[in-house]
Design a protein around this ligand. Structure first.
Ligand SMILES: Cc1cc2nc3c(=O)[nH]c(=O)nc-3n(C[C@H](O)[C@H](O)[C@H](O)COP(=O)(O)OP(=O)(O)OC[C@H]3O[C@@H](n4cnc5c(N)ncnc54)[C@H](O)[C@@H]3O)c2cc1C
Ligand code: SF4
Length: 315
């Protein structure tokens, strides 16, 4: 790992000024960022890390003004254990509890989780051995190489790496908003496919808070994840749903370069009772537009089944 400076920021203004100066990176828990630095996989290497965890007032979970507010530097472990989140925003508590490992959940923050980089093994190969499109190169090595864990809904900006977050689909299903130092963004519109970032954030933009409106009366949510191992593994596919008391919301992740809102599944289940047959039909609808590469075909069945089971988990 190349040497870098480390600054414990005391205010968001300090973080923003430092980021605007360039050659800096923001660090929260460091569970994603440090790996990318150690492996030297970023197209540009920061000379200074700005620690956002030392900024006062970014670590909280509170219900206020008809919504749940979570500070960006709140750890996944605290979200998973919070009573209000478990009872009313169940999909998020379940997603936070299934991410990574207990140690990583004790370090990793919600802001870092939704801003993390993708896990494509060509992109993550140490020492930049594959200078792919997401690093400014011209080739997607996964397209003709090993793409078994890649997108089943095609490419975005010629990249088929999937978004790996467990929290992201829960936030989208729960209709959350991401509040930054500059604006408020619907969680659904927060994700992007850039070189090398995965968000619409500008270089000097900082996530301050996640806001989730209180679910409508009668609504229930659930999150399910399929991974090779119960702990540590990233999702092969995950799914979050919110149904009852309003229009259904269903979001898959790890199936496309951005979290995938399953609009056809939502239409299929809207206004219908959640039962085996209707949940199965929604699962079928969720993957109606899938066009997986050969090695990733197995993910279609998993996505279909997770939608069905997540819906049934709410009754
Ligand atoms: C072995 C392993 C397994 C994992 N498994 C999973 C898994 O199963 N599911 C899952 O979802 N994740 C998983 N992760 C990823 C990691 O746990 C989460 O992404 C974690 O929540 C990241 O948070 P962090 O605070 O450590 O982020 P950091 O590493 O500190 O930051 C990650 C990125 O987010 C940016 N960032 C952080 N906070 C902000 C902010 N407030 N505003 C703007 N940008 C910000 C940083 O600049 C950096 O680019 C795994 C990681 C490892 C190492
Ligand atoms: S899938 Fe994306 S990250 Fe992976 S090699 Fe292709 S362009 Fe690079």
């Amino acid at each position: 790992m190349k040497p870098f400076n480390h600054t414990n920021a005391k205010s968001l203004a300090e973080v923003q000024t430092a980021l605007a100066g360039g050659k800096t990176a923001l660090i929260a828990g460091g569970t994603d960022l440090i790996g990318t630095l150690k492996d030297n996989i970023l197209p540009g290497y920061p000379s200074t890390l700005i620690n956002i965890k030392t900024v006062p007032g970014l670590d909280y979970i509170k219900e206020e003004g008809g919504m749940l507010k979570i500070g960006a530097a709140t750890r996944l472990a605290d979200i998973a254990a919070n009573r209000a989140v478990k009872e009313k925003y169940t999909a998020l508590a379940q997603a936070a509890s299934r991410a990574a490992t207990p140690h990583i959940r004790d370090m990793g923050t919600l802001g870092g989780n939704i801003a993390q980089l993708h896990r494509c093994w060509y992109f993550r190969k140490p020492e930049n051995r594959f200078n792919c499109i997401r690093k400014g190169g011209t080739t997607c090595f996964a397209m003709t190489g090993d793409n078994r864990y890649h997108s089943i809904f095609g490419a975005v900006n010629r990249c088929i790496a999937v978004h790996p977050s467990d929290a992201a689909p829960a936030l989208i299903a729960l209709n959350a908003k991401v509040v930054t130092n500059k604006r408020t963004i619907e969680a659904e519109n927060f994700f992007d496919v850039k070189i090398p970032g995965n968000t619409v954030l500008a270089a000097d933009e900082i996530i301050k808070e996640i806001q989730i409106p209180a679910p409508p009366a009668g609504a229930k949510s659930a999150f399910l994840k399929f991974a090779i191992r119960k702990s540590i593994d990233f999702p092969i596919v995950n799914c979050a749903v919110m149904v009852g008391g309003g229009a259904p919301r269903i979001c898959l992740n790890a199936v496309a370069p951005k979290p995938y809102r399953a609009l056809k599944a939502e239409a299929a289940i809207a206004g219908k009772p959640i039962n085996e047959a209707n949940a199965e039909a929604a699962g079928e609808a969720a993957v109606a537009d899938a066009r997986p590469l050969q090695a990733a075909k197995f993910k279609v069945q998993i996505a279909k089944t997770l939608v069905k089971r997540a819906l049934l988990a709410t009754v």
